[in-house]
Design a protein. Structure first.
Length: 191
């Protein structure tokens, strides 16, 4: 997001994002996974916004994969989704990370950038769901005869929940951000 976030704050943001992912991903292993939706998409968006570095994206993806493998290996979670299509989560998460990074370059501490934020979330969320659901539908081997109509049904089933979850978590992050940013820091924040 900004060059004016000091190294200590970046580390704290990274830890908070990883903790949020760990707390909501992995069902039986995640303390809040039974009660809250998976925050992974929002975590990647916020990492793009605040941290923006490719190595952060790669570290978060490795962490998400570790959580999934641990949940499957030791947590008793079904490995149903662990197919060759799993690797399409890279562009799925990359889509929201890139959207967060894109928005971070345009962000201003004014309400005028909220429509830009909403647009970034919408485009990133749509692309992410297309890669995740489309990839699973087409490449998982779980569907005998994949078709465009079948993919459209999958998208209709999952897209509303995906967008609602993404917008909700990022909306909460906006509130936290506003509570932490000094009142006098209105205007464009340099990248």
């Amino acid at each position: 997001m900004t060059q004016n976030i000091d190294a200590h704050s970046r580390v704290l943001i990274g830890i908070a994002l990883a903790a949020l992912m760990a707390a909501t991903r992995g069902q039986q292993l995640a303390p809040l996974g039974q009660h809250l939706p998976d925050a992974s998409l929002a975590v990647f968006f916020l990492a793009g916004f605040y941290l923006g570095r490719v190595r952060v994206f790669l570290a978060l993806f490795a962490f998400a994969t570790l959580i999934d493998l641990t949940a499957i290996g030791w947590g008793g979670v079904s490995g149903y989704c662990l197919t060759p299509a799993y690797w399409l989560l890279v562009p799925a998460y990359g889509s929201v990370w890139a959207a967060g990074r894109w928005y971070g370059r345009r962000h201003q501490e004014t309400a005028a950038t909220l429509p830009v934020l909403a647009g970034a979330l919408l485009v990133g969320g749509l692309a992410s769901e297309a890669f995740a659901s489309g990839g699973f539908y087409l490449f998982s081997g779980r569907f005998a005869e994949p078709s465009l109509v079948g993919f459209a049904h999958s998208l209709v089933d999952y897209l509303p929940g995906t967008l609602l979850t993404l917008f909700s978590y990022v909306g909460l992050a906006v509130l936290v951000h506003l509570s932490l940013v000094p009142r006098g820091s209105v205007g464009r924040i340099p990248r």
